[in-house]
Design a protein around this ligand. Sequence first.
Ligand code: MOS
Length: 734
Amino acid sequence: MTARPDAPLKVTGRARYALDNTADGGVGEVGTAYGYLLLSTVAGGELAAMDVDAVRAAPGVLGVYTPFEPLTLHPVDSVLLGPMWLPLQDKDVRYHGQPIGFVVAETFEQARDAAALAEVTYHERPTATSFSDGIDSAVDAQPAARQVPPSLTVLSDGVESIEDALAASDVTVDATYETAPQNHAALEPHSALAVWADGLLTVYTGNQASHLVAADLASALGLPAEAVHVDNPVVGGAFGGKATSMPAVLASAAARALGRPVKAALTREQVFTATANRPATMQRVALGARRDGGLVAVRHDSWSATTRDLGFVEPTSHGTSREWYSTENLAISQKAVPLDMPPATFMRAPGEAPGSFALESAVDELADALGMDPVALRRRNSSMAPAGEDLQWSSKHLDECFDIGAARFGWADRTPGGRAEGDWLVGMGTATAMFPGLRFPATVGVTLHADDTAAVATAGADPCTGLLGVLRTVGAESLDVAPERVSPRLGDSRLPPGGLSGGSTATASAGSATMVAASTAIEQLLALAASAGGPFHGHEVGYARGSVHALDAPDREPMTFGEVLAATGRTSLAATGSTAPGEETTKHSFGSWGAQFCEVRVHRLTREVRVSRLLGVFDAGRIINPQTARGQLMGGMIWGVSAALHEGIEFDADGRVSNHDLADYLLPVNADIPDVDVRFVEHPDTLLSDLGARGLGEIGIVGVAAAVANAVHNATGIRVRRIPIRIEDLLAAG
Ligand code: MOS
């Protein structure tokens, strides 16, 4: 049994991604048209005029839409993203690469070539496109996805300020760290096919939650929710960047205007600006400790690049220093730096990923200042609960992660100055990883069939995370049948609403709802079996191993659920189950934890950095599917290496992305990545949900960049406080 039910389709090329679909049914003889986005070429101002006569006259052009002749769209208050910016509805230009037009033609090439003929003039305004341009206008801002104020201070009795607490500490470190903006760079660019038939709209588009994207599209088009069907059985990566789909909005509206199916996709270059990115951050972390390593004061101030409307603030301080260590005094803050830049949004471990680079580098610096082992310092200060709250962690086995990790990695061999092997300087680094344990409301459908198979279905999406396999495993376990007999389904907005892929919540949410749906289905099956006309009429019935048996007649042959259904003249029996976070959230705090270990080799002369070993040991509750869980964590860890050594969007002086392709936007390749060792300590967290699983989709990336930087410091003595680390950083200081 494969751990990934969708693997055969994917490896044989038969999986249908959004643009692999073709329009059919209800559209008569008219074929599919192709849309191409036109993007702004200045970073800020107002559109003065768009001369599109030549565009219209170009071969094959069917429709040209601009803010001067827009497609009609209605305001959207998205469940996931709040009020959404919609293209072509106003003449404001807020960044270089903003969608300002949509050209539809008979072919993709015709649309693209025609779009190039547009003559656009702007009333430009002065813009700020680099962190330093905007830092003086930074304002306090609520961190994204955290229902908390921008800043929080928790002081011990008698302490006046965090500065006093730092000043009273035996040892302090105080440094500023920077992290680069990143693009999700999912292999499947944002794309859509929109097909109208009889007033109903079907949209094939990759996303993270088909039901939520369908609701947003219905709002944008002014339609009732049931008039929109979103289809995404497979998704070519999302990472937080597919909570919405710009091509889907435009293709749907243009398809309605033209009366033809419309396909639209972003080019790779367009993905970098016409979606949203992880923002650049700057973070100042000051730590104060007693000689024995006990933390007296933690101060973490963060600045996150945002759009001028302060859209998304990367919750770096709140995602890390708020919760990870126990300290007598804590002060954290979040500020937004408004810029004329492409918008920011969620990206794998939003907050925790860049936040952990700063905090976990600072902890390493503190260990150095104290002359203490970095693992020992972390263990010494491990938190029992988030600061200022009484809610203890439901289950936290971080010490065990460090114990196992240190032993496995040979941490005891680490020396403060690293070691040399020929021309290579070898160093080891470590860091803590954490991601909150969350779950969202979910409804899952379980259907028993007369052929003794079962279906488990929820709307959501599986953007290669493994949720499909989780539905199968949990469904099989809950129905007490072999996994082969369970078909999971995801990625269809008409299915029960659940399975959102975000916040590392899908397994705990959809998994626990699957358990409820399965037990409801079994109850209904038993009622049916014992009903008048049922094969067990007059008996007390029980259920085990996929079969109904008579409790009061042990000798009587059990009947499989399929046989019971057949005996009552049914082909199937369907039940749904729903779960939602409840009271437990007021009694405990929840988080997955991990210990990251990294070994690097830095060339003595060229200063090339190679990651030579990587180990992550994770405490994520019960592991449902070890194979896909390992895949998720390994992928995250590799992204952490990427953040540390490769990845970063570069903007030129006028706010244009200068490395908007996969040649210049550096991502690690196989040759950059060593064997990645992933281990679990399995302590089911049944306080979070009956399933016992906590999230693990995002925690893999957390802490890795710091572990790399800490290893580089161990190897070279050079502390690099900005990622990605470049050779120049190690040459200049070396
Ligand atoms: Mo994910 S960054 O929680 O969509």
